[in-house]
Unconditional design. Structure first.
Length: 193
């Protein structure tokens, strides 16, 4: 539920974005906000627009090639901003809180990531990255990233959770998502989910 004025609940309690997860193309971020919503923040220090997201990632030595938006709304910013910067924008409308994201959404995520890796001839030392965001950049973003890495890339579930939380500087607070990641078995899950 958004705060008065349209700022998402708890949004200011989370850092803007994390570091790249080593050996992956992923950087997790909280949702950026439009200039209109940023004007409602109590201080300019909290401002975080799509342009600032790209600039902050660029300052880390990476090039954003794709943004995957997992929020369940279109009201936080205009996605055309990314298109004007030649960044592919992908919307996977994912409800937050209460349940594990459905198989269809997880498959859509995996297909987009695999397409990115093919188009950009991705390698682990490439500077090209995918920024994955949900409202706070932790639970949904972390779930999709970790689940993908376990089931498509063969990562150890405990290790990927540790790497994600270290890179994002926030821990999961939805235990049911962590439990679902820990249950993932790349040797038996043939189609990612």
């Amino acid at each position: 539920m958004p705060k008065k004025g349209g700022i998402p609940d708890g949004w200011m309690n989370y850092t803007k974005l994390g570091d790249r997860i080593p050996g992956t193309p992923f950087i997790a971020s909280k949702t950026p906000l439009s200039d209109r919503l940023c004007a409602l923040l109590p201080s300019p220090d909290f401002s975080y627009t799509p342009q600032e997201l790209v600039e902050k990632i660029s300052n880390k030595g990476h090039t954003v090639r794709m943004v995957i938006d997992l929020t369940a709304t279109n009201r936080y910013y205009d996605p055309q901003v990314f298109s004007t910067m030649n960044i592919e924008y992908v919307k996977i409308m994912t409800p937050g809180g209460g349940s594990v994201p459905c198989v269809e959404l997880r498959i859509a995520f995996a297909e987009k990531v695999k397409g990115f890796k093919k188009i950009w001839k991705y390698s682990a030392d490439d500077e090209s990255v995918i920024c994955v965001h949900c409202t706070h950049g932790v639970n949904r973003a972390g779930y999709f990233i970790c689940k993908y890495l376990v089931q498509c890339e063969g990562w150890n579930a405990e290790e990927v959770i540790r790497q994600f939380e270290m890179s994002r500087s926030h821990k999961f607070d939805r235990q049911y998502l962590v439990e679902d990641i820990l249950r993932a078995d790349p040797s038996t899950d043939q189609l990612f989910f």
